[in-house]
Structures are given as structure tokens and as C-alpha cells.
Write a protein that binds this ligand. Structure first.
Ligand code: ZN
Length: 231
């Protein structure tokens, strides 16, 4: 099991894999309990959006949030690092293409997103801004990885705020990869964020976070702190 050690103040550079950073494909409302907490209907097919490579930032020892655009919510998500090019992937092809499992944050300017949604406009200003995807290093999946039994967890200021399992996803990881790659070819170095369980909420500078991921390949635990983005 290899967990990347990320250096202070260094931009994310493809983890320990030497791969170039690519796009980040994200899914909205992939856990019914999260759709319900924001009073959103459960979607009939996965809601997809993309963050650019400039959204990536190291998740620890700290990451920054903007303070001038309303509440910045944390969404804690299982992240997948793509290791080979795939399009219209079967479950087997999807499984073979996943080179790593990690923790990604889908930082969301919730008030901006609500304004954009009300006007029927795209979400990028709320979800794709610089630094909107703090990302951990990745561990290699086990040969017999159980994609429907990965745990993801967030403690904020020593209280559990999010605790989910990939078995709760509306579209499980491997079919989700098939759906994504029906629309977007995934390339080595791309990252997939698989949606957030319930418990999203605003962050403040000084918040102390403990993040955890559990998989057949091993567990990942990391600590980080929220700081204010310098305008
Ligand atoms: Zn999300």
C-alpha cells in the first residue's frame, strides 16, 4: 500500500504515479440521503459535471477556501485515479482502469450554486474554481477490491459529520464509470469523484478535519486544517 506524501505548498502533481494531472469528473446526488438533505429530487440518471485540473490542491496539511462568495460547503467523496484510457467501459474494463483510491473534496459555494441553479445556469463558478478539489494521495486497489463496500468519513472539529459507504450509492462505482465514459473518455491521470453522502455543511477558517477511507487494500486517515484563501 503506497500513500503519497504531499509536500507543503506544492501543487498536486498526479500523486505518486508520475501521471500528468487531468480533468476531474464529478457526480451530483449519488447518495439518496444527500439529495434529500438539500431537498433535491433523486435523479433518474447520474448528474455529471467536470472540474478542470486547476481545481486540484493538496488536501493536507491545510487547504484554503474563499471567504467572499458566501458559504463554502465541504462534500467528502471517494476519489478514483484513472490509470488507462477508457471509453464506454464495461464493469470489468472500469475496474481494470482504476489505478488508485483516495479522498477528494468537492468544495461548493452553496449560495452561488443556488443562484445558478435557480437561473438554470451551469455550476462551474460554484464548483470548479481554483482549489475547489483538495485531493489526497491514492492507494492501489486490492485485486479483489469490493467496489460496493468502501467507507468514507469526515470528522470536523472532532465530531463525525459525514459517514458513508459506496454500497449506498444510487449508481455504484463500476456502472458509474460506464455511464461517465459513455459521455467522456477518461485518460490516465484523470480523477473521478463519486458523490457525497449526507452531512455537507459550511467550512470556516480554523476548522480541523479528520478524513478517513476504508477499502480492502487498506485504510487511509489524514488530518488537515481549513485556512482562508488570500484574495
Ligand atoms: Zn459532490
Amino acid at each position: 500500500m503506497a500513500i503519497t506524501v504531499l509536500l507543503d505548498d506544492q501543487p498536486f502533481a498526479g500523486g505518486d504515479t508520475g501521471r500528468p494531472v487531468g480533468k476531474i469528473v464529478c457526480v451530483g446526488r449519488n447518495y439518496a440521503d444527500h439529495a434529500a438533505e438539500l431537498n433535491n429530487p433523486v435523479p433518474t440518471e447520474p448528474i455529471l459535471f467536470i472540474k478542470p485540473a486547476t481545481a486540484l490542491a493538496n488536501i493536507s496539511p491545510y487547504f484554503s477556501i474563499p471567504l467572499d462568495q458566501g458559504e463554502c460547503h465541504i462534500e467528502t467523496e471517494i476519489a478514483l485515479l484513472i490509470g488507462s484510457e477508457i471509453a464506454r467501459a464495461t464493469d470489468y474494463q472500469a475496474q481494470m482502469a482504476i489505478a488508485g483510491i483516495g479522498i477528494g473534496l468537492d468544495l461548493t459555494l452553496r449560495e452561488r450554486q443556488s443562484e445558478l441553479k435557480a437561473k438554470g445556469l451551469p455550476w462551474e463558478k460554484a464548483k470548479a474554481f481554483d482549489g475547489s478539489c483538495p485531493i489526497s494521495g491514492f492507494i492501489s486497489p486490492a485485486d479483489d477490491e469490493d467496489w460496493e463496500n468502501l467507507d468514507i468519513r469526515l470528522e470536523r472539529n472532532h465530531a463525525v459529520q459525514q459517514a458513508g459507504n459506496s454500497g449506498q450509492m444510487l449508481t455504484p462505482i463500476l456502472p458509474l464509470m460506464g455511464h461517465i465514459t459513455a459521455h467522456f473518455t477518461l485518460m490516465p491521470g484523470d480523477i473521478v469523484l463519486t458523490g457525497t453522502p449526507a452531512g455537507v455543511g459550511p467550512l470556516s477558517p480554523g476548522d480541523e478535519l479528520t478524513l478517513g477511507l476504508g477499502s480492502a487494500a487498506g485504510d487511509m486517515a489524514l488530518q488537515t486544517e481549513v485556512v482562508a484563501k488570500v484574495p
